[in-house]
Write a protein that binds this ligand. Structure first.
Ligand code: PMP
Length: 407
């Protein structure tokens, strides 16, 4: 193992000391949501205790302080993903809202009847349904690039679908159901060769790797705060400035306008044009604190540590008779989806909970992936930087014990 400050990191997350049903908590449901370090919890409560007021419009001290913290978080996000400007960072409620924003703003302005939108067969529902809504509204057609049994995109089929009718490509950077990391550089280069913009759904990728939107050259990148050790209720839409400038507002209301009359309203500049209404101020500040926390550890170190965890978990899981791993991509992040012979994933989840182990059992908001594998659901252990080999051992012993009881 690399020298990773695991004990210090674990101590920063107070919930990890919880006992669940009398057992030490083993939290392996990070792909659903990650736990929060003290730095994030404190940043939120400090704001409410000392600096809270509504932002942007105020002339009084507290409003200025809250605005500085809020806009400071925007700069942190910009630097974290290496965007060119704060204008390209739009705060939304989460990855889901960000995709809906692009669908309803960019999509309705640029995608017409007969046009096509290209996604993959491993998308989360929030990168499927917003496009279906747009297709219903516009008469456009949704195309889906298939995956193979390892859970990898079949790139040749993707490339074959990339016709001149495609107006947008929207792809998961990393699959939350399978762990697959997509060849996004290749996807973006191929799409751009045909002048097609690309949206990357980074909700699952961003907590696990360094993301550089300029190096990727993606046109949109979306993610949620709660999967990045930050609060729920806040997420980010990154968009290239030129695209965002040309897009109509998504929602109307306060803050997104410069001047309002009953005849016509004049919209605010970026990024405010897309931020109607009072945002989740403290949560944005909390997201900024999460980014500071991750920067101090280093995303490269997080990625290297988690790669070792995944290798170890995979190796151990392969030793268990009757366990089938769902998703064995060559390029994969720290997720272990699996099924057991004769035991329903929900029973796996319930049994493991009795041992203090939190995993997720279900379709992981990726029902088409479940259909592809012919399973109703999978059990999913998803790892974060605070997990350990010892916890993986607890998981494996837990699985073995329930195979003994039910198998
Ligand atoms: N896309 C992916 C790949 C995800 O993993 C998730 C969250 N599980 C989402 C989108 C949606 O994120 P949220 O529910 O936070 O909007």
């Amino acid at each position: 193992m690399t020298t990773f400050p695991i004990e210090k990191i674990r101590a920063d997350f107070p919930i990890l000391a919880e006992k669940i049903r009398g057992k030490d908590l083993v939290y392996l449901d990070n792909a659903a949501s990650c736990q929060k370090p003290n730095a994030v919890i404190d940043a939120i409560s400090d704001l409410y205790r000392h600096d809270y007021a509504n932002i942007h419009r105020g002339v009084h001290t507290l409003s200025v302080r809250a605005t500085d913290k809020f806009e400071g978080a925007r700069t942190k996000v910009k630097d974290f993903i290496n965007a060119a400007s704060e204008k390209e960072i739009i705060f939304v409620r989460g990855a889901t809202e960000a995709v809906n924003l692009v669908s309803q703003s960019y999509g309705r302005a640029n995608i017409k009847a007969g046009d096509e939108i290209l996604i993959t067969a491993m998308e989360h529902h929030s990168n499927i349904v917003p496009w279906q809504l747009l297709c219903e509204q516009s008469g456009a057609v949704l195309k889906v690039a298939p995956i193979n049994l390892k859970g990898e995109l079949i790139y040749s089929e993707f490339a074959a679908l990339l016709s001149d009718r495609i107006r947008l490509v929207a792809v998961a950077h990393m699959s939350n159901a399978l762990g697959t990391i997509n060849p996004v550089e290749k996807i973006i280069a191929a799409a751009h060769a045909r002048n097609i913009p690309v949206l990357l759904d980074g909700a699952q990728a961003i907590p696990h790797m360094k993301v550089d939107v300029r190096a990727l050259d993606c046109d949109f990148y979306v993610f949620s705060g709660h999967k990045l050790y930050g609060p729920s209720g806040v997420g980010v839409l990154y968009g290239k400035q030129a695209l965002l400038e040309a897009m109509p507002p998504y929602q109307g209301g306060g803050d997104m306008i410069r001047r309002v009359t009953f005849e016509k309203s004049e919209y605010n500049t970026l990024p405010y044009k897309f931020e109607a209404g009072t945002p989740s101020i403290a949560d944005v500040v909390g997201l900024g604190a999460a980014i500071d926390y991750l920067n101090a550890i280093g995303m490269e170190n997080v990625a290297a540590y988690e790669a070792e965890l995944l290798d170890y978990a995979t190796e151990q899981a392969r030793k268990i008779k009757g366990l089938r791993i769902i998703g064995e991509a060559e390029h994969k992040g720290a997720i272990l989806s699996f099924v057991l012979d004769h035991i329903h994933p929900h029973d796996i989840g319930t049994m493991l909970d009795s041992l203090g182990i939190a995993i997720r059992a279900g379709h992981h908001c990726a029902m088409p992936v479940m259909d592809f594998y012919g399973v109703p659901a999978t059990a999913r252990a998803s790892f974060a930087m605070y997990n350990t080999r010892a916890e993986i051992d607890v998981l494996m012993r837990g699985i073995e014990s329930l195979i003994k009881v039910f198998g």
